[in-house]
Ligand binder design. Structure first.
Ligand code: HEC
Ligand code: HEC
Ligand code: HEC
Ligand code: HEC
Ligand code: HEC
Length: 339
């Protein structure tokens, strides 16, 4: 045989082999990609069909009662978003987002096409592009989804900051004021106050109870949370009432831009008759919100006070400008009897 032909045929076979390998690799990658897409789709389907609910009933119940579950259906949100002409690019992307591990933690979230009514769902915080559930270290495995340990769940603000700390959306930023406070150096995280620690079986198929966190995210609609938000000290001397406020909140207070806290100081006669009332509003609109740990003193002239009268200082929380008086929440009350 001609040596040259042998040579060429060896090269031919070689090239063919390389081609085959490349083809197989490409096909594999395509299959893998298709598999990953279908795993992501499967998780969305599973969420819809109640699979997450059936294996994680406790976490589901907590989430379902939280504002994250209502982030899209929330009437206050829908009323505000209706006023915005390009709401699909300016508002909706955080109130019904795609999974943030897919669009990029820290990046501006993107609007989801399906399941918008589920708002900030389980998948938004946990599902990655491979169809795996990311979280803190798990104690068990499941056939339904892969578990992946990811440090962002135990970092102070990384996850939350994706929606609560976008620089371009200062109205919804609780993270900047947190990071500019004493909380920046400690062990405190957003979860410390909004996801209390609980030890339990994290799913119906887990074998042991492990430390996790409640998915409740109690905020401004929780009376208990509001009563922890600030303290007031009241003093009275020579016709002046002095109210000293101290914020105990992890961020700017009130945290949302729709909210108002009213400091109300009243003078009451010994029979309870109201003699005088003065109010100061604290809100984003007034540009006088309290920073974490801030002490602030307000002085009120109460020249007409006589022995036996009572001075009362109250902090009252108003969710929106239209919240009627009976629905406003009393955060703190202090009284002083004039001697
Ligand atoms: C970067 C993500 C993001 C974008 C964009 C965004 N929001 Fe929000 N929105 C949030 C977060 C986080 C909260 C809860 C914290 C807060 O109130 O600051 C919230 C809360 C609200 C609330 C309060 C609802 C309640 O609890 O009473 C309203 C109203 C609202 N958003 C309207 C809008 C409107 C209108 C737009 C568009 C102009 C918009 N949001 C754009 C993230 C976002
Ligand atoms: C067949 C039962 C089952 C179903 C269905 C299921 N899970 Fe799980 N899941 C588990 C088990 C078991 C663990 C591990 C729990 C433990 O650590 O004890 C787990 C862990 C997790 C974790 C933590 C992962 C980690 O590494 O920390 C997340 C997040 C999660 N599941 C979300 C979901 C969501 C969202 C759905 C619905 C799409 C879902 N699960 C459906 C059984 C299930
Ligand atoms: C994907 C976006 C997103 C992420 C991530 C996110 N949130 Fe939210 N969060 C929202 C939106 C949107 C709302 C407002 C829902 C509404 O009132 O319409 C909200 C509301 C809240 C509230 C207000 C509840 C109330 O009743 O006033 C708290 C508290 C909260 N989030 C805490 C957290 C914490 C803590 C984290 C991190 C573990 C976090 N959020 C992560 C989007 C997000
Ligand atoms: C706003 C983001 C957010 C949403 C929405 C969310 N989670 Fe989580 N999830 C977290 C964080 C943060 C942790 C880490 C808590 C910790 O440190 O233990 C966590 C932890 C978990 C764990 C591990 C056990 C634990 O408590 O640590 C499971 C399981 C889990 N989530 C399931 C779910 C399911 C199911 C849903 C929907 C019903 C859901 N999560 C919705 C943020 C979220
Ligand atoms: C030291 C406890 C503490 C820490 C830490 C903390 N918060 Fe809060 N948060 C509160 C209290 C108390 C309230 C209720 C008062 C208010 O609405 O501002 C609140 C309210 C909220 C609200 C509701 C605001 C509104 O107007 O509806 C959101 C959203 C929120 N926090 C998000 C966060 C995020 C994100 C972090 C992390 C950067 C965080 N919180 C850290 C105590 C804390």
């Amino acid at each position: 045989m001609d040596l040259k032909i042998v040579h060429w045929s060896i090269i031919g076979v070689g090239l063919g082999l390389v081609g085959c390998v490349l083809l197989i690799l490409a096909a594999n990658l395509a299959l893998q990609a298709a598999d990953e897409v279908s795993r992501v789709t499967e998780m969305f389907q599973g969420f819809q069909d109640g699979k997450c609910k059936s294996c994680h009933p406790a976490i589901w119940r907590e989430w379902a009662d939280s504002m994250h579950a209502k982030a899209w259906l929330d009437e206050v949100y829908q009323a505000a978003a209706k006023q915005i002409t390009d709401r699909e690019t300016k508002c909706d992307q955080c109130h019904a987002p795609q999974p943030i591990l897919i669009t990029g933690v820290g990046n501006m979230p993107k609007l989801r096409d399906e399941q918008r009514e589920a708002g900030v769902s389980c998948l938004v915080c946990h599902l990655d592009a491979h169809g795996a559930m990311n979280g803190p270290a798990a104690s068990a495995e499941t056939y339904f989804h892969a578990n992946l340990t990811n440090p962002i769940y135990t970092q102070p603000t990384t996850l939350c900051g994706t929606c609560h700390g976008q620089q371009s959306v200062p109205e919804h930023d609780q993270v900047s004021s947190f990071l500019n406070s004493k909380f920046a150096d400690g062990d405190t995280s957003c979860a410390t106050c909004h996801m209390p620690v609980v030890k339990r079986l994290q799913s119906t198929t887990s074998h042991e109870s492990i430390k996790g966190r409640k998915h409740t995210w109690r905020g401004s609609r929780s009376v208990a949370q509001l009563r922890r938000a600030a303290t007031v000290q009241l003093e009275y001397t020579d016709g002046k009432a002095v109210a000293k406020l101290r914020s105990k909140t992890g961020h700017i207070l009130p945290g949302g831009t729709l909210r108002t806290i009213v400091l109300e100081v009243t003078l009451l006669a010994s029979d309870g008759t109201e003699l005088q009332k003065q109010q100061i509003s604290i809100s984003a609109e007034k540009e006088n919100r309290l920073l974490p740990d801030e002490n602030r003193t307000y002085t009120f002239d109460i020249v007409s006070a006589t022995t036996g009268d009572t001075i009362k200082a109250r902090l009252i929380y108003q969710l929106t400008p239209d919240t009627p008086e009976p629905k406003r929440i009393l955060m703190v009350e202090k009284t002083h009897v004039v001697r």
